[in-house]
Design a protein around this ligand. Structure first.
Ligand code: G6P
Length: 470
């Protein structure tokens, strides 16, 4: 492509893009738009202003869309071969880098770096190169490129070599591991990841803690940050979007359905509701959350028949056996609690394994307590979203290992995520919090949660990147 056709002024690059396609039975392509901070952030600029989102084709539908030349303005999907994508995404990104940053390796899930890993690592390099080449081809002279997350740690350095004129940013949506843990990676891989990211002018993290861990890794492995700048940008909840979306008819209907499922306590009042919403993800600590709920019923039998745990555990990364096993375990423990404590009139755990965004918003509206207890989490937006929508205010039980804790810890009930008994006590504290205190805390939680809505979060990064001298 000649330079005249290089027209994009602002580019975003991520594995998962804002739109996905599936093939209908009649052979037509059906598109589905995703949500999230990046989608609303980039829409603040839009394709007319020269914004372009480069992402992977993830499904057969996506690949077919690329082949047929179907697409949305402002989105470019890369048709990287299914094998390369599988090895880079499932092999390196989700089984290795995700596990390192969330510190999830423990017996028997130990890292094994063997020939299969080397094959996957080569695929990860190829995957990153495909992004770097596409970005180099599309970006206008001096354009700003914002590369996202652990799938694309090598792309900044590769792009820098191809296009030294560009302003390159990279943003990590995950935690970052401290050096002792990061160095579980083979030495050459650890070095490549850091050098790849340091190819950017500016790196963004969700909290100071993750930024500091990255800096410490660079000090230990590659002797420092060099000229690359670091910025902290905590993503906040999109209150306007949430409030509008959560009051549409489909959510109202689900509020009525959920109320019926939650049911009434012996005094005829709606039972109290403890809500959690997660991808079925090991770092989210869903099983320990269920054990804590069981412990609550055990320690405080007065809650029997008076509280329901509404847990959403959406399917995620089901190509990986460890995620499938985890989903089975979540369902098994929920059933066990229901068998042990339930009655014909009271189901203690209402578990939702099917993706239903409207139903989770309905649960947010009804929440008395939000349970957010990840082992480690970059930010955790659920912690920020529930207080915005909870109709009677809510108590937030929040892991100290979630990025959101840096901003909301003062008004949350803090838990150490491995401590099941302490989490049970925190749930009790949340359920019994006096209404005045709950209202006051919710108000402050909402203020903290909405301080940096997605559009501001995105534009702040863009401004900082374009202001970076290079
Ligand atoms: C995390 C990552 C995102 C990722 C999302 C869903 O939030 O930071 O980059 O898109 O999980 O995971 P998935 O593997 O389904 O894209």
């Amino acid at each position: 492509m000649g330079s005249a056709e290089r027209s994009a002024q602002v580019l975003v690059a991520s594995n998962r893009g804002p739109v996905s396609y599936s093939l209908a039975e009649d052979g037509s392509l059906v598109s589905r738009r995703g949500g999230g901070g990046m989608v609303s952030g980039l829409s603040a600029i839009g394709p007319d202003a020269g914004a372009l989102w480069v992402c992977s084709a993830l499904s057969d539908g996506d690949r077919e869309a690329v082949r047929r030349g179907v697409g949305e303005p402002g989105v470019k999907m890369l048709d990287i071969s299914a094998e390369t994508h599988h090895a880079a995404y499932n092999g390196i990104a989700n089984s290795v880098l995700w596990f390192v940053h969330h510190m999830l390796y423990q017996t028997p899930l130990e890292p094994v770096f063997d020939s299969e890993f080397r094959m996957q690592w080569a695929a990860y390099q190829e995957f990153n190169r495909a992004f770097a080449e596409a970005l180099a081809e599309e970006a206008a002279e001096g354009a700003a490129v914002l590369i996202q997350d652990y799938h694309l740690t090598l792309a900044p350095g590769m792009l820098r070599e191809l296009r030294p004129d560009l302003r390159i940013g990279h943003f990590s949506h995950t935690p970052w591991a401290p050096p002792e843990y990061f160095r579980l990676l083979p030495d050459d891989v650890a070095e490549s990841v850091l050098r790849g990211m340091l190819g950017a002018d500016r790196l963004g993290f969700l909290t100071q803690r993750w930024a500091d861990a990255f800096t410490a890794c660079c000090d230990t492995v590659v002797g420092g940050l060099g000229d690359t700048r670091i910025g902290v940008h905590g993503l906040g909840a999109d209150a306007d979007f949430l409030r509008e979306r959560a009051h549409r008819a489909d959510v109202d209907e689900r509020v009525a359905e959920l109320r019926a499922e939650i049911g009434q306590d012996p005094d005829g009042n709606l039972r109290k509701t403890i809500v959690r919403v997660d991808r079925t993800e090991l770092s989210k600590n869903i099983v320990r959350g269920l054990h804590a709920f069981r412990q609550l019923l055990d320690d405080h039998p007065e809650w029997c028949d008076r509280v329901v745990h509404v847990a959403f555990a959406y399917p995620s990364r089901q190509d990986l056996a460890v995620y499938r096993d985890y989903t089975t375990e979540v369902a098994r423990v929920a059933e066990e609690i229901n068998a042990e404590y339930g009655t014909p009139y009271w189901t203690p755990v209402v578990l939702n394994l099917k993706d239903d965004f409207a139903r989770s918003l309905a649960a947010y509206r009804l929440a008395d307590v939000a349970l957010v207890n990840p082992i480690r989490d970059g930010m955790n937006l659920v912690a920020k979203e529930v207080p915005v929508l909870a109709e009677n205010g809510c108590a937030l039980v929040l892991s100290r290992e979630a990025g959101a804790h840096e901003e909301m810890g003062d008004d949350a009930i803090t838990v150490q995520p491995y401590d099941v008994n302490a989490t049970a006590r925190a749930l009790h504290e949340g359920l019994t919090m006096p209404p005045g205190e709950r209202a006051d805390r919710t108000k402050r939680l909402v203020a903290a949660a909405t301080a940096t809505p997605p559009a501001k979060w995105f534009l702040d990064q863009l401004d900082a990147l374009t202001a970076t001298a290079h």
